[in-house]
Write a protein that binds this ligand. Structure first.
Ligand SMILES: Cc1cc2nc3c(=O)[nH]c(=O)nc-3n(C[C@H](O)[C@H](O)[C@H](O)COP(=O)(O)O)c2cc1C
Length: 188
């Protein structure tokens, strides 16, 4: 028996990503995002939605490029911090986070992140305060462990342990609750 309930996406798990951009003064900024999916144009592309004013959106509008790094359990505290602190606060990046440059695009990338897309915005749709970007994947930076053709996907994912979110709580790859939004950052 099903019930019609208020609109939400509770119980639809979402993969988490950290977006990296450069501010106009050249300093890096990172934010946490989950409204992401994929499409097929000439090649595989990424769809991403950003709502409300935030530094990441200003930077994407200005530069048309960003990095999108998969959040693993190891990266969750840092990612949760990036999701809770505004990039308009000048001290946001005054924390220890190893940062390198993208190989193809001028985007900052988290050194610790095992899977990062370098993305170039191809088209932008604006609707009621939301920006929806269709992006070309210009490069994928992957840890060597993920490039081992002999290892099974299950084995690689158990090393990678991507984090997910469902209804305001973070979950591990194997389904354990890892804290509510705002909690993992306390372990930084
Ligand atoms: C779990 C989680 C997921 C989020 N996903 C999105 C998203 O997909 N789109 C969005 O506009 N904001 C999202 N946010 C909010 C941004 O991460 C937040 O506004 C952040 O402060 C932006 O940082 P910035 O100002 O440096 O860009 C999310 C926050 C959390 C905690």
């Amino acid at each position: 028996m099903k019930k019609s309930i208020p609109v939400s996406n509770s119980f639809c798990p979402q993969t988490l990503f950290v977006y990296g951009t450069y501010n106009s003064d050249g300093k890096p900024d990172f934010g946490l995002f989950c409204w992401v999916s994929y499409y097929w144009g000439e090649t595989l592309g990424v769809m991403a939605a950003i709502c409300e004013d935030k530094r990441t959106r200003d930077n994407i509008r200005a530069n048309g490029v960003f990095s999108m790094g998969l959040v693993t359990e190891e990266l969750l505290s840092l990612a949760d911090y990036f999701g809770g602190k505004s990039g308009y606060d000048a001290d946001k990046l005054d924390i220890p986070a190893g940062i390198e440059k993208g190989r193809i695009l001028h985007v900052p990338v988290l050194e610790q992140c095992p899977w990062t897309f370098e993305l170039e915005v191809d088209k932008t749709f604006r609707d009621n305060g939301a920006d929806i970007y269709l992006c070309k994947i210009r490069n994928v930076l992957a840890d060597e462990a993920l490039c081992d053709e002999t290892a099974a996907a299950e084995e690689k994912l158990s090393i990678l342990r991507p984090a997910r979110t469902v209804g305001g709580t973070y979950f591990s790859w194997d389904g354990r609750a890892l804290g509510k939004w705002g909690e993992p950052r306390n372990q930084l």
